[in-house]
Write a protein that binds this ligand. Sequence first.
Ligand code: ZN
Length: 118
Amino acid sequence: MILIESYNCTDKLQAHKKERFWIEHLNSSLNCSIPTRSKKEYYQSNIEQNRQHYIDNRQIISDQNKIKKYDCICGTNCRYCDKAKHFKTIKHKRFIESRKSNSLMHKLSILFSTKRVI
Ligand SMILES: [Zn+2]
């Protein structure tokens, strides 16, 4: 490791921003993890590489999705490639609605219980 700069900072975020500045300024290829980089930035910087990977391995990825199983929170097991189709089923939608209403009932019960205390 080579010390490039001694930098006084008040918090961790400033230190990460300075580290990112030097990584980008020196165009370092050894740093695979760039601090303060969002997932969107990472995706944008690797979009061509990801696209080429998908094109090269399209058949393998497709086969894996057919084999991979998906365990939904509603209790249904289906193939991973059928996940989007399952989300549109009545069973799944009813489960999600019941969770929302249970959550609403829970919030209301907390609200009423706090009012009783006051
Ligand atoms: Zn489900």
